[in-house]
Design a protein around this ligand. Structure first.
Ligand SMILES: *Cc1c(COP(=O)(O)O)cnc(C)c1O
Length: 447
């Protein structure tokens, strides 16, 4: 299996190179040269296969021999080592709960898979060079509005040969999110930036372009454009479908509503479908950042500066992964419209939906799930069909909004209560690339 750049100006590479470099030299996103096709017999077998074996079979073609089978089996088993339950909310809408991982967000799956792949490649390089001392460690730089940082920190914690530097905006992530970012220690460093998420992202972008930093470090990004983070997200569509078929048989298609920001998650689902998994229609649920919603109406792709909303993990003005969706759809607008719909909602209706569903159905949605729920209702009204929504984060990660909406405090899940006893450790950082660069170079000099 090879990957080509959607920029079309760079050579093809294997999975290993795509995972280590993230983006192609021409700044294009990598895309597999052929989408693996599962046969009817394989799909039948997938209905009842255990999760770890299913994960291995789905990922194996994409990894294309760059990781040996036994190691890939272990990576897959560790990646999906938690539950992905499909829980009914109403008669026609169910929630695929993707928040049972260590940081209570769906990003755990991609981050765990990617970290273990990089760890594997780094170990192999060290063995080939005779000693780890000759191999410059990978330094993962990541800007976060909350969820990505926690998942990446947790996923990479203790992975040899990889150090992680996380930039987060001071005062703009929730208390649980901040603890997840700042209490890991070991190979994880958190920088508390005196600015916005956009400032953090701008610093990371500048870092990748900076000659001195690239000479001192082996820089890698851990955002969803990396194939090792993007592709394993297909797995929970397989797990959802297993449960759907067990409950409903395979005559009723499973339509899927995905709360979308950078469009990596929904794009992975569309890949799963393109590889033969019999999924129904896709719906991208968006907040006020609705470039794609408008594109599907007008065929005009107009990017804008992200606006802040209560579903802040979807505050993206120019979704990076949308080009991959266009590629899956062979850049055919009609084909795209037949496979994908999109609806967009403001904060007011998002918040009132959290309250309404809590009262009527005793289900607590997080703000992202609430946007998805609204889209599922609208899709149901328009087409008279059932749908599942992807609940991408636990409501406790957005306590301010959710507690205001439901009028109660949310219990902190036992799995993260240990965080409350930990001490936050973060390095204060000005919101300028200059201060970041000076700090990075002073650290490199010490090492
Ligand atoms: C990252 C994130 C999203 C958006 O996912 P994309 O793959 O960027 O579309 C939605 N909800 C939550 C909670 C997230 O953390």
């Amino acid at each position: 299996m090879q990957y080509y750049s959607l920029g079309k100006q760079s050579p093809n590479v294997d999975f290993k190179t795509a995972a280590i470099t993230g983006q192609a030299p021409d700044k294009g996103l990598y895309f597999p040269t052929t989408i693996p096709q599962f046969t009817f017999e394989q799909i039948e077998r997938f209905k009842t296969l255990d999760k770890a074996s299913l994960a291995f079979e789905v990922m194996k073609p994409y990894v294309g021999g760059t990781i040996d089978d036994a190691s890939l089996q272990q990576i897959c088993a560790e990646t999906i080592h938690f539950d992905f339950p499909l829980v009914p909310i109403t008669e026609t809408i169910s929630s695929l709960e993707l928040f049972h991982g260590p940081t209570l967000a769906f990003k755990d799956v991609g981050a765990r898979f990617m970290s273990r792949c990089l760890g594997y490649f780094s170990k192999k390089a060290a063995a080939e060079n005779g000693s780890a001392a000759n191999t410059k460690p990978s330094t993962v730089l990541v800007a976060t509005s909350g969820d990505t940082g926690g998942a990446v920190a947790n996923g990479f914690l203790g992975v040899d040969g990889v150090q992680v530097i996380i930039l987060y905006p001071k005062g703009k992530v929730s208390p649980i999110q901040e603890l997840q970012l700042t209490t890991c220690g070991q190979n994880i460093t958190a920088l508390e930036v005196e600015g916005s998420f956009d400032d953090c992202q701008a610093i990371v972008k500048d870092a990748f372009m900076d000659a001195a930093l690239n000479a001192a470090y082996n820089l890698t990004s851990a955002n969803s454009i990396n194939v090792a983070r993007w592709l394993p997200q297909q797995l929970y569509y397989f797990f959802a479908w297993q449960q759907w078929v067990a409950n409903n048989g395979d005559a009723i298609p499973m339509n899927i509503v995905v709360p979308s920001g950078n469009f990596g998650n929904i794009c992975a689902g569309m890949m799963a479908k393109a590889s033969g998994l019999p999924l129904g229609h896709f719906v991208a649920a968006c907040n006020a950042n609705n470039v794609v919603t408008r594109y599907l109406q007008t065929e005009k792709y107009e990017i804008h500066k992200a606006v802040a909303t209560v579903s802040n993990a979807m505050d993206v003005g120019n979704p990076s992964n949308f080009v991959r969706i266009l590629e899956i759809m062979q850049n055919n607008f009609e084909q795209l419209k037949n496979s994908l719909s999109s609806y967009s909602y403001d904060d007011i209706v998002t918040e009132s939906t959290i309250e309404r569903i809590y009262k009527a159905n005793h289900y607590t949605l997080d703000p992202h799930g609430a946007v998805a729920f609204l889209a599922a209702e609208e899709f149901g009204k328009q087409f008279g069909k059932p749908a599942i929504i992807l609940e991408t984060a636990h409501p406790v990660k957005f306590p301010e909004v959710v507690e205001r909406a439901i009028g109660e405090t949310i219990a902190i899940p036992t799995s993260v209560q240990f965080l409350l006893d930990k001490e936050k450790v973060a390095i204060p950082m000005g919101a300028s690339f200059g201060s970041f660069k000076n700090w990075m170079l002073s650290i490199a000099a010490e090492q």
